[in-house]
Write a protein that binds this ligand. Sequence first.
Ligand SMILES: Cc1cc2nc3c(=O)[nH]c(=O)nc-3n(C[C@H](O)[C@H](O)[C@H](O)COP(=O)(O)OP(=O)(O)OC[C@H]3O[C@@H](n4cnc5c(N)ncnc54)[C@H](O)[C@@H]3O)c2cc1C
Length: 433
Amino acid sequence: MNANKNSLLILGGGLSGLLAAWHLRRPGREIEVWEASAAVGGWAQTLSWPGPQGEPGFLERGPQSLRVARGGALDRLLRDLDIATRPAGPKGPRWLGKGGVRHPSPATLAGLLRAPGLGLGEQLRMLAEPFIPMGTGAGESLHAFFARRLGEGFARELLPALVAGVLAAPPERLGLEAWPPLKRLEARGGLLIGSLRSGAPRTLLPAGGTGALALGLATRLGCVFTDRPARALEALPDGRWRIHGDGPIREADAVVLALPARVVADLLRPVAPEAAALLHAIPRLDLRVWHSRHAMVQGWERGFGLLIHPPEGRGLLGAVSLAADDPRGVPGLLQLRAYVGGAYPADPALDAWPGVLQALRRWLPELPDPLQVREEACPEAFPLLGPGHGARVDRLLEALPSGLHWIGAARFGPGLPDLAEGIEAWAQGGIEG
Ligand SMILES: Cc1cc2nc3c(=O)[nH]c(=O)nc-3n(C[C@H](O)[C@H](O)[C@H](O)COP(=O)(O)OP(=O)(O)OC[C@H]3O[C@@H](n4cnc5c(N)ncnc54)[C@H](O)[C@@H]3O)c2cc1C
């Protein structure tokens, strides 16, 4: 790679780095991807978890499925990589835990109209959503956005559980940047009309789990090196960059930093201190995820989803189960995962499985004793993109030296569809070393 005029080193073999390599590949351009760990995919990995009798079984480190908009970047990618998919669950019951009781999820219209804590006036206010004019969006929190569009009642009573279940943080602390499709829907006529116009995204499961996406990309790219952490960046007098690993050293015309924001901040500190400080200031969320297998419960065969109104969860945000026929599970068993923490202080009892099981049974009293349990801690799982994050990103991009590029969840939003759309558009803009 050393003497090549058009050489590119991508640091980070999570989906961001792999997508960058995929979209930036050109005839004559030399690309290498360096991944610090032994496997590609970052959070989007499907891990082996054999059943109680050693049966084949799996768990997802991160996303359990993909939300794929027809004609969107993820849709194109799945087709380009020729990855087979099937519709994913849960298609069984979906609940909101609130007031100590399980209610139908307000994510459906029927559930919305029967949602707990809302008076008639607040329900009518929600129905007025299509008539609410578009806001400026600048610096608006998710709470303010939903209060404006659907009313204070929705924002107070229902939104916290919905947002905790997706982004693990309170809606007051998150900006619209954390959920990029909202702005697009508003521009298309509002949440309801915009969704009808855009068509509901399909929830798909790639054959082999969501990790198949990273594996498919890495195999097709053929330039991805694992066990190769980047340790330092050095600016060369000719405008190129030297990258130091644990042994290997490379020089490249351009470097793409597709790493967690804190790691990017550490690498940038000696060469771009202002950008490093801006990145370091982005808060990060730690999440604890408990996976468990139980005897199947009648009525839950198609999977279920439970979101908990955060003040009542004491740090337990919700739980979701696989459908009984999901190829990742063990036939006949219920496979569950429960989320703890994020931006919410967790009751110390939730540090260990017995406390988690007790908290789950408050909402799911039918849940049998587990046959297997496994914790997958997710330190620094998500960046917390607060109100006004977009302005921080603009400053950060201005502070980056020429030839260095920064992408990832802290720039485009933590959802895989956000990353796929954002990185495809960014790569189309072209990057010159
Ligand atoms: C529990 C959980 C559930 C989630 N659920 C969903 C969901 O349902 N839907 C959804 O859309 N998204 C979900 N996400 C979010 C999504 O998985 C992530 O936002 C996305 O995978 C981030 O990809 P990335 O490549 O930007 O970062 P990462 O996945 O963090 O990848 C960064 C990579 O950089 C590597 N690295 C670190 N340091 C170095 C170094 N010095 N040198 C080289 N490499 C290095 C890391 O090993 C890692 O592989 C979930 C995430 C978690 C944790």
